[in-house]
Ligand binder design. Structure first.
Ligand code: GLC
Length: 551
């Protein structure tokens, strides 16, 4: 018998979701690492910001070999961050404030401290304990060559040898052994984890490396000596990523999600081409998948138009809703990306980081203008918007963290050829001045910050921006409040008779959105200006500005 859907079953379709990277959000106990109680203390801030949900990056017990994406125990809280009771308290406070909670789940790999991996190490080759992971004999007469040429995302071989001579696979750091998802025990255990958190009232899951779980492990292992770029990743030909059988895993997960009312939501992190992404987002699987296209796109009208059009079409075809992302814990913060010359690409951005942010010199004013114009544009689109902590302050990347304080495994594993992602993970500034007591953090916590905050952080603090009506924080608050009223249906109609540098569309209810990607002002359409990303004058929309207008 068909059941009536829960009235809030679709809450996620057009939600604004705020990503908290807990170690860098707020530290309530002065150990220099943000914690769960720190999040709880900031619930009023999140409510005032106006977000619909929080996505909490990993908070599980972890040695932090990869910022918490190396999980020791999927059903507990890291003692450095608090307890399960703290988690429940945070969850209750968020829910009281009308904010839902999505947790990160890391199914591709555990940490090497996970009890199963410890059992595997203690067990003999070929034993069931080893079969939960991917252990193989090496190549060459003594087996001292890795079983294949597969490479780790963080540099070097994806295989590490254990004392008895076997090798195990890790697509990321050696401290992150990959599970074998063809093993039913692994599949059962993750469903148990999904129920554990769903029973605790969690509303949804962000699924780490969703496209990597199913692997073609048929012998001989096929050659794949590079990490595939999105554009060259071809369906079915890569032994490690985006294999068709991965979808059966998420169909099983959907059955678990649908045991709850409303059903638990999910979003896939899947670095796959746009046309493949929608498969993960099917209603029979996760429901949504991150659209990372704009993380790789310059500030450019044509690129945005193409990306928006494709993504709306793809998600409509699969019954999902679109997602929009400008920043997260893995990429250079977008006000800094947009402050750099176009066409740098990933390598150019990596070089910029290696130059400590000095070459090329960023144009920070332009970067911020473009960043806020993009935000206002994306917030007006149908679908969900994922915000990354600190972007509501206009926070920039910190490209010059002293090298001896870098913590990202990428820095170590590439032999210091790539700096990695620490520059977007510096703890948030909450106060204008550094704490009188410790003298070392801008209100993050009394014990300083695990990655050092530069002197310029204070001007981007919550305290500074809360009293400034022209701040980025004020803009985000206004836009999120208006969006709640305006975002009703999921339809959109592009304006076609606009200059090449202008992107404009209409949403139902007389909501007109216009972005000027160029530098020359254009006439402002008639109507009431509801909000704009920068100052307007003389009936003109200045360059690099977005306005929402009620016609
Ligand atoms: C995802 C996470 C990233 C992590 C990796 C391995 O890409 O976003 O931070 O390093 O997975 O878990």
């Amino acid at each position: 018998m068909a059941q009536t859907p829960h009235p809030e079953a679709d809450w996620w379709r057009q939600a604004v979701v705020y990503q908290i990277y807990p170690r860098s959000f707020a530290d309530s106990d002065g150990d220099g690492i943000g914690n769960i109680a720190g999040v709880t203390a900031k619930v009023p801030y999140l409510k005032a910001l106006g977000v619909d949900a929080v996505w909490l990056s990993p908070f599980y017990p972890s040695a932090l070999a990869d910022g918490g994406y190396d999980v020791d125990d999927y059903r507990d809280v890291d003692p450095k961050l608090g307890t399960l009771a703290d988690f429940d308290e945070m969850s209750a406070k968020l829910h009281e404030a009308g904010i839902r909670l999505i947790v990160d789940i890391v199914p591709n790999h555990s940490s090497d401290r996970h009890v199963w991996f410890q059992e595997a190490l203690a067990a003999a080759p070929g034993s069931p304990a080893r079969d939960r992971y991917i252990f193989r004999n090496g190549l060459g007469p003594n087996g001292d060559q890795p079983p294949s040429d597969w490479v780790s995302h963080f540099g070097g071989s994806a295989w590490t040898r254990v004392p008895d001579g076997q090798w195990y696979l890790h697509l990321f750091a050696p401290e992150q052994p990959d599970f074998d998802w063809s093993n039913p025990e692994v599949r059962d255990d993750f469903r148990k984890t999904l129920r554990f958190w769903s029973d605790r009232g969690v509303d949804g899951f962000r699924v780490d490396v969703a496209h990597g779980l199913a692997k073609d492990l048929a012998e001989p292992l096929r050659s794949m000596p590079v990490i595939p770029e999105l554009d060259i990743q071809v369906d079915g030909t890569n032994p490690l990523f985006d294999r068709d059988d991965v979808h059966t895993i998420f169909e099983e997960w959907r059955e678990v999600f649908n045991e709850y009312s409303p059903p638990r939501a999910a979003v896939a992190e899947a670095w796959v081409p746009t046309t493949r992404r929608a498969l993960y987002a099917r209603p029979t699987e996760l429901g949504q998948a991150f659209n990372f296209d704009l993380l790789r796109e310059d500030w450019d009208a044509e690129g945005f138009r193409k990306s928006i059009t494709e993504n709306l079409a793809e998600s409509a075809a699969s019954g999902a809703s679109s997602t929009w992302v400008l920043s997260n814990h893995d990429v250079i913060r977008h006000p800094s990306r947009y402050a750099l010359p176009t066409g740098l690409g990933r390598e150019g951005l990596d070089e910029w980081l290696l130059s400590d942010g000095l070459d090329p010199l960023p144009d920070h004013a332009a970067g911020l203008r473009r960043a806020t114009a993009s935000t206002l544009l994306l917030l007006a689109l149908p679908g969900s918007m994922y915000l990354y902590q600190g972007e509501e302050l206009g926070l920039r990347e910190v490209p010059d963290i002293p090298r001896d304080q870098l913590a990202d495994p990428i820095w170590l594993r590439t032999g210091h050829q790539l700096k990695g992602r620490d520059g977007c993970r510096v703890p948030l500034p909450w106060t204008v001045a550094r704490d009188a007591a410790g003298g070392s953090s801008f209100g993050f916590g009394s014990g300083g910050a695990h990655l050092p905050q530069p002197d310029w952080f204070g001007q981007f603090s919550v305290e500074a921006e809360e009293v400034d009506p022209d701040s980025v924080l004020a803009l985000y608050r206004t836009a999120l409040r208006l969006r709640r009223e305006l975002q009703t249906t999921e339809t959109l109609e592009f304006e076609t008779s606009v200059p090449t540098d202008v992107l404009s569309f209409r949403r139902p209810g007389g909501w007109l959105v216009i972005t000027n990607f160029g530098t020359t002002p254009v006439p402002l359409p008639s109507g009431e200006v509801l909000v704009a990303s920068g100052p307007l004058a003389d009936g003109q929309l200045p360059g690099e500005t977005t306005a929402w207008i009620r016609e």
